[in-house]
Design a protein around this ligand. Structure first.
Ligand code: DC
Length: 230
């Protein structure tokens, strides 16, 4: 059974999955769902609760209890959506360096993954959805008709992320960003459960040296050839 109206986009940290995914969702009138925010929300809550990041039992329990809600953006401050955890708006907090530095570790925990995967499948079942993450085409929605995997070198991704931070008036230190991206790549692709890798039937898109519009157009043209919903 093929999910005709599900589009998955996987790829490493800062590969452009979210902005490309949002553009594709807008183009087809689909819902956009960034699954990484769920692992980020758990990480944020674990930090808030003062948990030890290596305490798998406590973090797993938290992941099974946590209430994560995603709503359309309520404030025009550059956000794509609102992320509410236990009634608190954490949309920007989940992007902090503190969360970046522990989210990959937390994402290796089996019970954390099964709790998040169950919620993601629930959303995916609705159809007409673009889901982005690390294991969407391989594990969460293996029957999706349209699967993409975005790749780019760590250097190119760090450069893009650095420019994005500078544009938002922050201080982007290339060396630190590159190091953080490489660290997350290493953990995300070598973990035992649902590691980052392209699904066997994914369209692999190398984005090095391509503009955002070029990548979006490439994805759209592949989808149009295969006709969504058809
Ligand atoms: O896409 P992102 O950078 O916001 O993801 C943050 C982390 O969440 C990433 O380092 C690994 C984890 N993640 C995952 O394990 N599976 C997903 N489907 C999405 C994210």
């Amino acid at each position: 059974m093929i999910d005709n109206d599900v589009i998955t986009i996987d790829g490493p940290a800062a590969s452009g999955k979210s902005s490309v995914g949002k553009a594709i969702a807008d183009f087809f009138g689909y819902l956009f769902f960034d699954t990484g925010l769920m692992y980020r929300a758990v990480s944020w809550a674990a930090i808030q609760a003062g948990l030890d990041i290596r305490d798998e039992e406590a973090i797993s329990f938290l992941a099974e209890q946590i209430d994560i809600k995603i709503y359309p953006a309520s404030i025009p401050d550059g956000r794509m959506y609102d992320v509410i955890v236990d009634e608190e708006d954490v949309t920007w907090q989940i992007r902090s360096p503190a969360v970046n530095s522990c989210v990959s570790q937390i994402s290796t925990y089996e019970r954390v993954r099964s709790a998040m995967t169950a919620k993601q499948r629930e959303m995916g079942k609705q159809g007409k959805i673009v889901m982005v993450g690390r294991d969407i085409g391989t594990v969460v929605m293996p029957n999706a008709k349209f699967k993409f995997y975005l790749e780019a070198t760590a250097e190119e991704r760090a450069k893009r992320r650095c420019m994005e931070i500078v544009r938002k008036n922050g201080e982007g230190v290339y060396k630190n960003i590159l190091q953080s991206i490489k660290g997350r790549d290493q953990i995300d692709s070598s973990r035992e459960i649902a590691p980052l890798k392209p699904a066997r039937d994914a369209n692999i898109i190398n984005t090095d040296g391509k503009t955002f519009d070029e990548v979006v157009n490439e994805v759209i043209s592949i989808i149009k050839i295969k006709k969504p919903g058809g």
